[in-house]
Design a binder for this molecule. Structure first.
Ligand code: SF4
Length: 119
């Protein structure tokens, strides 16, 4: 039996999952889905920053557009270390498409103009 706290909504139901993936403690179906994914292929949203060429704003904040497999988080962070933003970027622009063949894009969470000023 594995104990989990559902993080899908602020209620934070306390979940128990047995070896056959039977879930108890969830107040709604989303909790069961969360628990099964967490037990079989856990995923996480990733927020981080990438380098820019602009001295006034040397890092730009980015995130995964959707959750990615937890076991790929450090590989994705390593890949993003090589990224350098060299031009104007709008919030939501794709910085890296299909990161690590996950089907998930890395997108900007801030806009930066051609002079490196956060907008
Ligand atoms: S099981 Fe449903 S109600 Fe409970 S925390 Fe998860 S999403 Fe919220």
């Amino acid at each position: 039996m594995k104990e989990l706290t559902c993080i899908v909504c602020p209620v934070g139901c306390h979940l128990s999952v047995d070896e056959s993936l039977k879930v108890v403690g969830n107040r709604c179906p989303r909790g069961e889905k969360y628990a099964i994914v967490e037990m079989t292929s856990p995923k996480r949203m990733l927020t981080t920053t990438v380098k820019t060429q602009f001295t006034d704003c040397p890092r730009l904040s980015v995130k995964t557009k959707e959750p990615v497999p937890k076991e790929l988080i450090f590989k994705i962070l390593s890949l993003l270390e090589d990224i350098v933003i060299e031009k104007h970027v709008k919030i939501g622009d794709v910085i890296v498409a299909d990161i690590y063949h996950t089907g998930v894009d890395i997108v900007a969470t801030k806009s930066i103009n051609h002079e490196g000023v956060i907008l």
